[in-house]
Each structure stands twice: as C-alpha cells, then as structure tokens.
Design a protein around this ligand. Structure first.
Ligand code: MEV
Length: 432
C-alpha cells in the first residue's frame, strides 16, 4: 500500500481515516475507533470544527480550566486557561488568591500600535525614490479608504506610512513601514489586505516609467509588535511576602530574575514559565499563540541578548514585581466568537476590549512567573509538579477511587517517581 496519496482533500472524513489506517496502520480497526471516539455527536458543532482547517479527521481535546480569584485593577476575574501541563492552573489559582489579599494586580496598556510592511527592491537613485514616495503617499492612503472604513468608524485604521531605507542591512532593500490601530481585532487580515492594496498602488503610476524599477517582494504584517505593549505589576511590603524569613527570600526572588537577565539559558526557561500562563489564556480566548510567542521572544531579545520579561525590586521595604510584554490580541474577529469555548471565555471575562484582554493575559504571565520563582527559590518545583504527576500516573494505572485515595495518602511525604508509584500500586493489588 503506498503511503502517498492524490486527492486526499477530496475524500470525506471517514474515507480519509480509512486511507490512513490502511496505509499506516495495517488496517487496524482500533485506530479508526480512537479517531472516531472524538467526533462530536452534535453535527453542527462538528461541522464547525471540521471547517476551521483542511483535512480534518478528528478533534484534539485539551483541558479547559478556570483560575478564579484574580483581582486586576480592582475588578474580579475568573480566568479561563487551556493547557495540558499539570500545576499551571493550580499555580495561577494560588497566586491569584495570594495577591488578592495584597492589593491585587495593577495593569495598564502602554501602546497598541501594530505593524505591517511592504518589502521591495530598488536599484535606482535614492532621492528619486524618496520624492516618488512623497508624491504617492496620499494615494497610498486613499487606496485603503474603503478597506479601512469600518475600522475607522471604530476608532482605528492606518496611523502612518513611512519609506524606510534598509540598504545598509541588505543591498537594494527598502520597505514601506505601515503602522496600524486595529482596536479590538487582532487585525492580521485587515493589515494584510491594506498592505496588498498599498503595494499595488505603489507600483501603479501612469505618468512615469519610474515604477518599473520597483520590485515588490512581499507585503505582510509583522508579529514583532514592541509598540503593542502592556505592563502588569504587583507590590507589597517585603514582610508580607513570605510567612518566615521574608527579607532573605525576597532577595533570592530578585536574584532569580537577575540570573535570568545575565544568563540566556535561564532566561528562556524563566520566560517559558511566563508563557505557560500567557498561552493558556491566549488559546482559551481563541487568539493566535504562535504570533504571541514569536513576538514575545523577539521582544525578550530586543537588547541583543535574550532576557527576562519580568523584573523585581526591593526598595524602602517594598517588594515590586512586574512584567512588560507585547501582546497583539483580538476580542472580535478570527476564532474569538466562532469557537463556542473562546466565545464563552470572553463572556466569562465580561467581554473585554482587546486592551483589557492584554492586561488580563499579562497578569496571567506574571502570576505564573511568581509561582515558579517562589517555588524554585524555596522548596523547588518538583514537590508541586509531582503531586499532579502522581494523579496522572494513578489514572494511567486504572486505579479505583479508593486505591487512588490510598496512594495519594501514601505518597504524602515520599518522593514520587513513575516506578515508585507503579510498585506501590502493585503491592497494594497483591495485598488485596
Ligand atoms: C515549567 O513549565 C516552567 C518552569 O520551568 C519555569 C521556570 O523555571 O521559571 C517552572
């Protein structure tokens, strides 16, 4: 049986599965069952999911959880999180409760500018290009008027178009650097549509043959959005931070961030922990986590060295901990209202604006980093992690509720490893 196929997309869902199972699984019926058990019996819902992408054969579930008790700018939130990693939601919930008794989180959006670029090559005289751009700028804006009409009604649109000379970086390379305000939408389609119209107009000139020398390479938004920035922060008296030894432990917490700033190997893991919180809410609200990831890590490297996204200080007995991250998010358009669960997430957050969602997600990231650094600089993270891991292993073993309770109790003060749990379970079964 060949493992390549023509016209796969034209097969229906069951035919696609049948082809896969015969080509890769020796016609094993169990495989078909695994895939089909996730088909939703609600046809409307299933059709909706099938149509999100191409060649769908099943649904891939991830847990959807809630981290309650967040206070952000004085408002209470229960934050939805979609993530498979144990401990992340538990950590968020604990940290939310912790800071709710210490004034809560403060967050504010610093700026909301998004960027798109028309990249082009031009070998001719620089001054002539500058003059051509200056004479053309109004037309470039005019050609997008129809596309930006609704966005302008909502207070957004194109902020500016600049000609940028990038020939120092790459021979003959220039760009039209366009800035946007896309209000409550992430705006990827809007930006790309505007850029393509701008590129078309830039190449169009009936009065001169000058445009022959302009060679457009591509028009595309940038996921690097250092000016779509949000800051979230917590602070308290140092003595209110830990039950005991607060001054010393707070210092260690600050040192953990200094280490991340000095050492990219640590910074990457440090920021990964932040993204545990960020991505979980980004996914739960139907936003594009790949765009967010790419933009955030580029921002972490903006000085030329990859650094921590968070910072902390202790000054005059006050501990202050904050994050600044770029987040290009939407609360309208895309998947946000199309996926019933992202729609629910936004309803749960009381239909926030994109700005408010930026604040909520920055807080989710800060909370995760707080949990990670507090654990790492005190007990270590394995204790909490392994507790969740323990329940996963017990589940895999197919233990009854009674046996599960016994094993959780048994491992209360013992080190959890996969082998240790399996052995304890086997002993328990033998004793029965
Ligand atoms: C694990 O997913 C995240 C951590 O490694 C983050 C960190 O080390 O700061 C715990």
């Amino acid at each position: 049986m060949p493992k390549t196929v023509d016209g796969f997309s034209k097969l229906n869902k069951l035919e696609k599965i049948q082809w896969l199972v015969s080509a890769f699984f020796n016609n094993d019926e169990k495989v078909t069952k695994v895939l089909m058990q996730y088909w939703n019996t609600n046809k409307v819902l299933q059709d909706l999911h099938d149509d999100f992408i191409e060649n769908t054969i099943s649904n891939f579930y991830l847990p959807y959880a809630i981290a309650p008790n967040f206070i952000i700018n004085g408002k209470e939130y229960a934050i939805p999180m979609t993530i498979e990693e144990s401990s992340v939601v538990a950590a968020a919930s604990l940290v939310a409760k912790f800071w709710s008794t210490r004034g809560g989180f403060k967050a504010r959006v610093i700026s909301t500018t998004k960027i798109g670029q028309v990249h082009f090559m031009y070998e001719g005289d620089k001054e002539s290009l500058k003059n051509y751009f200056a004479s053309k700028k109004e037309d470039l804006l005019k050609v997008t008027k129809e596309i930006t009409k609704n966005m302008r009604k909502r207070g957004g649109g194109i902020l500016n178009i600049e000609l940028r000379n990038k020939t120092a970086e790459l021979e003959n390379y220039y760009q039209l650097h366009v800035t946007f305000n896309t209000v409550d939408s992430m705006g990827a389609n809007f930006i790309n549509t505007c850029l393509e119209a701008i590129a078309g107009e830039f190449k169009k000139d009936t009065t001169t043959s000058f445009v022959q020398d302009i060679d457009i390479v591509m028009s595309i938004l940038s996921n690097y959005v250092p000016e779509c920035l949000v800051r979230a922060e917590v602070s308290c008296n140092v003595e209110d931070l830990y039950a005991e030894n607060s001054e010393v432990l707070a210092q260690k917490f600050v040192q953990a961030i200094q280490i991340a700033n000095a050492e990219p190997h640590r910074a990457v893991t440090h920021n990964k922990g932040i993204m545990n919180g960020v991505d979980a809410v980004v996914i739960a609200t139907g936003n594009d986590f790949r765009a967010i990831e790419a933009g955030v890590h580029a921002y972490a490297s903006k000085t030329g060295t990859y650094k921590s996204l968070t910072n902390a200080t202790i000054e005059n007995g006050i501990f202050k901990f904050w994050i600044e991250i770029p987040l290009a998010l939407g609360t309208v358009g895309g998947l946000t209202k199309l996926h019933p669960l992202s729609k629910f997430s936004l309803e749960l957050l009381e239909n926030p604006s994109a700005k408010e969602l930026m604040e909520i997600i920055a807080v989710a990231g800060l909370a995760q980093n707080f949990a990670a650094l507090r654990a790492l600089t005190t007990t270590g993270i394995q204790k909490g992690h392994m507790k969740m891991h323990l329940t996963n292993i017990i589940k895999q073993l197919g233990a009854s509720e009674e046996d599960k309770a016994f094993l959780i109790d048994y491992f209360e003060h013992k080190t959890v490893t996969h082998n240790a749990v399996v052995e304890a379970y086997e002993r328990l079964m033998q004793d029965k």
